[in-house]
Design a protein around this ligand. Structure first.
Ligand code: FES
Length: 162
């Protein structure tokens, strides 16, 4: 006499447990998809190298598509993207300038405009120091200095690379 009731109760509880499990899985999946995750890589904060490794010779950080160098003692992060039409600007050891291979714009070691069709100096990223390594916030682009800005007086040191 009691068997049908126990079976009904069992099925009811099993059904309730299944629904609760599915609801929990759905809630977990939704949370996992919607939670905010700090961005990393280009467009987010990129970890680079220890502060002491940054000198006056620009070092290229591929993951940030940027150069790190010291200008008057301060660390600056210079985006590789040419402010003319977006080509990758390269550092030239012989001229000690940044040179764009596309249309020939040149920039001094601080990324400031020197020659060519570029409308301004190279853009920069915010630099965060104080940790184990220097970080570049590649989501925070600082527009390059206008033409005519020259915070350093370093004429080309030798022949151009381009
Ligand atoms: Fe660099 Fe044109 S894209 S000078």
């Amino acid at each position: 006499m009691s068997e049908p009731i126990e079976r009904r109760t069992f099925l009811k509880r099993a059904w309730q447990a299944g629904v609760a499990l599915i609801a929990a899985a759905g809630a977990w999946t939704s949370w996992d998809i919607l939670r905010s995750v700090p961005a990393s890589g280009l467009g987010g904060v990129v970890k680079t190298v220890p502060e002491q490794e940054i000198t006056e010779v620009p070092v290229y950080v591929r993951s940030a598509q940027a150069y790190l160098t010291r200008i008057n003692g301060d660390i600056v992060g210079i985006w590789q993207k040419c402010p003319h039409l977006g080509c990758r600007v390269a550092w030239c050891e012989s001229s000690r300038e940044f040179e764009c291979p596309c249309h020939g714009s040149t920039f001094n070691r601080a990324g400031e405009y020197r020659t060519g069709p570029a409308p301004r100096g190279m853009d920069r990223f915010t630099v965060v120091t104080g940790g184990e390594v220097v970080e570049l916030d590649t989501g925070d682009v600082i527009e390059g200095a206008p033409r005519g800005t020259q915070t350093i007086d370093e004429p080309p040191a030798g022949p151009r690379c381009t």
